[in-house]
Design a protein around this ligand. Structure first.
Ligand code: TYD
Ligand code: MG
Length: 454
């Protein structure tokens, strides 16, 4: 008997399935995420796991051989860093990002270095062979080990993989792929999930490291159910402002390394180039001897980054004062203003207040409170706080400066870039080595901090 198809409604956010449509997903509570899909009743074999079927003898963990895994280097040190030191054999890596941000460019670019000793299969469902060739020419990718196919049928791709046995596989956009056994359209939740698991089964068995490009939806999350993020080993987001040429590669999940590492790239006319000194880039073009700016230091993963915070405080023209924050949390700004009023005695209630973090960076660490407060106070009083100052520290509701983590790495980054006065929480001073040519100042309250600078 031919298999019957049935209609189900699947939540695009969490993957919850229901025979009935709901306005609000009963599983994750999101509105308007239930999508109609036709599913073939003949169960696709997604439930089978990638593990071999035959049972093996159970081993205590101490008996498992732990030779350090050999990682493939991609030739881009920033990407290697984000991946935790290179590509692990058999790893399934997902790269998400806005259209046109440079996902295809990044993956084609690493083929040059990887291709010197590995066979690469690049499957594109979005571009024609000619378009890929033109891009490869522009990027200077001329490897004989790079094989390009335009294909969207996953069964055919799996056949290619089995025939050719590549060392690295790249799938450009999982949203264009489809499995014939699944009735719904390409890009739908079921297709994306089934295609990912089909590819995973093959590459895990053959230990082929694989990159999968995935689109993001309008909220910036990877399109498709969260299920996809659960099954892959590594989730990377490629972000950046379309108007600037800087791109940040961020790791959200990594089974083989730490998350929160970032890689910084610049999009040039010959592809992406690495930015090895992002603090320098973020601080370039800084105005000198101007009020309302302060340099902050945030830690991304293990990497300290310096960024300039600018504050502008002007008298309110209309009844209600305006507050605006770019790169900083709006509610945190309101909280800091309240603390400055109540605990430090500086009044902002009839002032419009703006905060901007230069370079498109987001300061969402509590350690960024102090530089933001200093930028605001400097603008309010119209006194510059000095070009040689870096500050970091969390501000408590009593106006106290609280200790933060990774103090030494923050200080060494500031010293490396030539800053000579560093404001840190007083409690962090304990056990800190003094640095030659640099004054490290421990501060207890916001008022203290501002008054030591002016
Ligand atoms: P692309 O990799 O196609 O984006 P995605 O795959 O994420 O959709 O990136 C294309 C953008 O990058 C496009 O706007 C042009 C720009 N670009 C350059 O500036 N220089 C280059 O050398 C290349 C190849 C692209
Ligand atoms: Mg692309």
């Amino acid at each position: 008997m031919p298999p019957k198809n049935k209609t189900v409604y699947i939540c695009t956010n969490c993957g919850f399935e229901s025979p009935k449509w709901y306005g609000k997903c009963t599983s994750c509570g999101e509105w308007n995420t239930m999508q109609e899909e036709i599913v073939s009743v003949q169960k696709s074999n997604s439930a089978k796991s990638a593990a071999p079927r035959k049972t093996e003898k159970l081993l205590p963990v101490s008996y498992i051989s732990a030779e350090s895994e050999k990682r493939l280097k991609t030739g881009l040190r920033e990407l290697d860093r984000v991946l935790g030191g290179g590509i692990v054999p058999g790893a399934l890596m997902l790269i998400g990002g806005d259209p046109g941000i440079g996902k295809s460019t990044l993956l084609l670019q690493i083929c040059q270095h990887l291709g010197s000793s590995n066979k690469i299969m690049y499957v594109s469902g979005e571009e024609s062979l000619r378009q890929i060739k033109l891009r490869a020419n522009r990027l200077g990718v001329v490897s004989d080990n790079l094989f390009v196919v335009c294909e969207t049928d996953v069964d055919t791709i799996i056949q290619y993989v089995e025939q050719e046995d590549p060392d690295v596989l790249i799938i450009d956009s999982i949203q264009t792929m489809n499995l014939e056994a699944v009735a719904s359209a390409s890009g739908s939740v079921t297709q994306v999930r089934e295609c990912t698991s089909a590819i995973m089964r093959v590459i895990k068995a053959a230990e082929i490291p694989t990159f999968i490009v995935s689109h993001v939806n309008k909220d910036g999350a990877i399109a498709g159910p969260k299920v996809m993020e659960h099954i892959v080993d590594c989730v990377l987001y490629f972000e950046g402002d379309r108007n600037t040429s800087y791109r940040i590669l961020r790791c959200i999940k990594n089974r083989y390394g730490s998350t929160n590492e970032i890689g910084v790239f610049e999009m040039c006319d010959r592809g992406l180039s690495e930015v090895e000194n992002p603090s320098m880039m973020l601080l370039s073009g800084r105005p000198h001897n101007v009020s309302g700016t302060c340099v902050a230091c945030k830690v991304e993963g293990t990497r300290p980054l310096l960024a300039e915070v600018q504050g502008l405080v002007t008298p309110t023209g209309f009844g209600n004062p305006r507050r605006m924050a770019t790169g900083f949390d709006y509610n945190r700004l309101s909280l800091l203003l309240a603390v400055l009023e109540k605990r430090a005695g500086y009044f902002f209630s009839n002032m419009d207040t703006y905060i901007n973090v230069v370079g498109g960076l987001r300061l969402d660490e509590p350690a960024s409170d102090l530089p933001v407060a200093l930028a605001l106070l400097s603008s309010l009083k119209d006194v510059p706080i000095g070009d040689d100052v870096v500050a970091f520290g969390e501000i408590g509701l009593a106006g106290e400066i609280r200790s933060v983590s990774s103090v030494e790495s923050r200080i060494s980054e500031a010293v490396r870039l030539g800053f000579s006065r560093i404001l840190i929480p007083y409690q962090n001073l304990k056990g800190l080595k003094s640095v030659k040519g640099c004054e490290i100042i421990g501060v207890k309250t916001v008022r203290d901090a501002f008054e030591t600078l002016i």
